[in-house]
Design a protein around this ligand. Sequence first.
Ligand code: C2E
Ligand code: CA
Ligand code: CA
Length: 446
Amino acid sequence: MTAEDFKKVEKNTSSIDGFSKEELYNIAFFESVTNYYNWNWMREKLTNYEQYGIDDFIFVHFDVKDFKMVNELYGHVVGDNLLRRICEAMKNCEWSYFSCRCDNDNFAMMVKRMSREEIKTKLEQFFDNLSVLPEDPSYPIYFRCGVADINNVKDYRVIITDMAKLAQNLGNNANVTEIMFYTDEMKEEQIKGKVIKQEISRALSNNEFLVYYQPKYSPVTNSIVGAEALIRWNYMHKEIWGPGKFVPYLEKERAIDIIDRFVLEQVCIKLEEWKHLGKKLVPISVNLSKTHLYNPTIIQKILSIVDKYDVERRFIEFELTESSTYEDKAYMIKVMNELRNLGFLLSIDDFGTGYSSLNLLSTMPLTTLKIDKSFIDSIEESDGSKAKFILKDIFGMTKHLDITSVAEGVETENQKELIKQWGCDYIQGYYYSKPLPVAEFEKLLI
Ligand code: C2E
Ligand code: CA
Ligand code: CA
């Protein structure tokens, strides 16, 4: 409502007679920032589409990734302009029947029937045209979009909106526009994720979570130099699940921090115990999930666990996976610096699978770099010579920067010998050992 509208309402508190029919229509079906149709208007179209001569449509729902950032960086005027440009683009879309701004930065379109490839191409073009902020052309805009086909969800009618939103919410990669098509498996996966999340507290009190330790070895001395703590779920004490079966779901449900903290605490308990038993301690690494990293109280949470135990911080290493966007990186470096200043060791996990460059190595306060298994695998492939050069470069670079290099997923003698020659510091892989239950791992610590 505009200020004018408010005045009219105030004047006519007991009746709506002061409004013309058109004014009432505008108030009910348009929203004021963009002067474009709102969700009320769209909902009616979705329910009664047949009355408009439409017997078939595809539903599209999307939002702007990190829209909050646009408002924060450039102010609300620029944010509002972006919303208006999106509405203008939807209005000019000749392949859409109806469209609206639902709320905030959420938009919806009812689109003509076409093949999946066709709609994908059209949407890509549509988002591409909106991907530049005129106020700052260097700032890229990305979208998260879900598409649901009424033919696939015929019985659901209006629930089609939920289907599209569900697909949309699976677009979690930063730095890219994602268009996701709804499938029934998505629904099943979503339900599974929710069930798994609900089971965590029960499983924790039933002692179903276990921490395995996969040792890291020096290929020069063939002795243990560290280990990585890896979660296992002894489901109902019947069957041991690997993390692949639940970690990705918990990440999506943003519940992985419970597991990460559980593992950290178990590691602290063990480090204290081993210390008092006079065992030779080696640093143990724990994984820090990206969603966990974004928890603003992460540092306090970590300290509140670690400081309960008589453990030196240099025996705890955090493994983080690389980040893709610049904002991510800046934030990540901030958290890393805090952790490093507190005395923890820091590692980048799965190096080489993301977007990071060797340049990043000099800007991050790293103690360790973990080279992804895919590099090690390609050594023995027929066209593996490129991988060899890259690996040699990485090991050379880490030496110069005084960062410990760890090769992950080493399985054969040949792989071990080669990377040893190229200067790799540590090896974690089945060649030396699989992840072990704690009792077995303890036997390796003298
Ligand atoms: P990751 O952090 O990259 O862990 C290494 C994975 O590679 C482990 O699988 C390990 O068993 C496997 N691996 C090590 N050497 C070899 C080898 O020579 N050959 C083969 N084929 N595999 C090898 P795991 O334990 O199944 O863990 C899988 C992933 O689950 C981990 O990948 C990590 O991303 C996640 N994960 C495990 N524990 C945790 C946790 O406590 N918190 C979080 N956030 N994620 C975890
Ligand atoms: Ca790891
Ligand atoms: Ca890894």
